[in-house]
Ligand binder design. Structure first.
Ligand SMILES: [Zn+2]
Length: 298
């Protein structure tokens, strides 16, 4: 997470392509290509990069080279590399590999939490305190992420109260920020505005990040709505990589280059060099391009 105070004319970006994107690419991406893309991302000015996930390869074989990726990437000063962790074992591996930041995901929807992690939302939150304590002892920053913040493919709508309950649990555990994830691309701009107005007033001390998927091609509209509501941290993916496991062929995350283009046009700084980013996006598309024909361009 970017640590300095953000002026009203700047936002910060968390690049999630190497984690959320790569895990959804069918083709096996060689480790060297992953390293190359991550190096291009940091060289383009991205300061927070979710580089991989320490999840058992049985669940996410695409990221089985997590440790090697972390070992081989260039680590310029001022760039924070993070990894997603599904449990304490994931945290142990992140610590062994010298990561500065980890992301622990809990779903606001009971059904999605069971589907993804094979336990209830509250069982996941019960693990949170020991994870937070161990992260603190080891000097690792912990970020929380709430999956299905804007709806669930199994349960349908997810209440604002439910999202706030989970966000409060994260805050009480001392996380540095909480990400509201629109895991399956169900959010719409008015919903984004309403949820943020409640969250930003009730949990004003907790930095909130937004993670929108472009499943229904309105991801960037949701970004704009969130920014207008006061949000300043956005997660996005180079070349719009990613996808939605419940909607095969759907586009992935909001593309980082589109997000940067939009904010720069509006006079909002991102710290990213757009030309270099676009070049990185083209190279990324070439490197991951022989995906199955039914996969969306994302
Ligand atoms: Zn995602």
């Amino acid at each position: 997470m970017v640590r300095e105070e953000l002026s009203s004319k700047s936002i910060s970006i968390v690049e999630v392509g190497p984690r959320d994107g790569f895990q959804n690419v069918r083709k096996e991406i060689p480790t060297g290509d992953k390293v190359k893309i991550i190096d291009l991302l940091s060289a383009a000015g991205l300061r927070s990069i979710e580089a991989t996930s320490f999840t058992h390869p049985k669940w996410i074989p695409q990221l089985k080279d997590a440790a090697e990726v972390i070992r081989r990437i260039t680590k310029p000063p001022g760039v924070v590399f993070s990894a997603l962790i599904p449990n304490e074992k994931g945290l142990d591996r992140a610590i062994e590999n010298g990561l500065e930041e980890v992301v622990f995901v809990v779903s606001a929807s009971e059904a999605l939490n069971r589907e993804n992690f094979n336990k209830s939302t509250w069982e996941s939150l019960a693990e949170l305190s020991s994870i937070a304590e161990k992260a603190r002892r080891n000097g690792v920053q912990l970020r929380g992420a709430i999956a299905a913040s804007f709806g669930c493919p199994f349960e349908g709508s997810v209440s604002v109260e439910r999202v706030i309950e989970v966000a409060e649990a994260f805050r009480n555990a001392g996380v540095s920020a909480v990400t509201l994830a629109d895991t399956t691309g169900m959010a719409h701009p008015l919903q984004v505005k309403e949820l943020l107005s409640v969250l930003l007033s009730q949990l004003s001390d907790l930095p909130i990040a937004l993670h929108f998927h472009d499943t229904r091609r309105i991801g960037l509209v949701n970004v704009y709505s969130a920014w207008q509501a006061g949000a300043k941290i956005f997660e996005s993916s180079i070349a719009g990589l990613g996808g939605c496991p419940y909607a095969p062929g759907a586009p992935g995350n909001v593309a980082t280059e589109s997000l940067v283009y939009m904010f720069h046009k509006m006079g909002v700084e991102t710290g990213v060099n757009l030309d270099r980013l676009v070049e990185c996006s083209q190279i990324t598309q070439e490197l991951v391009s022989d995906r199955r024909p039914d996969q969306g361009q994302g």
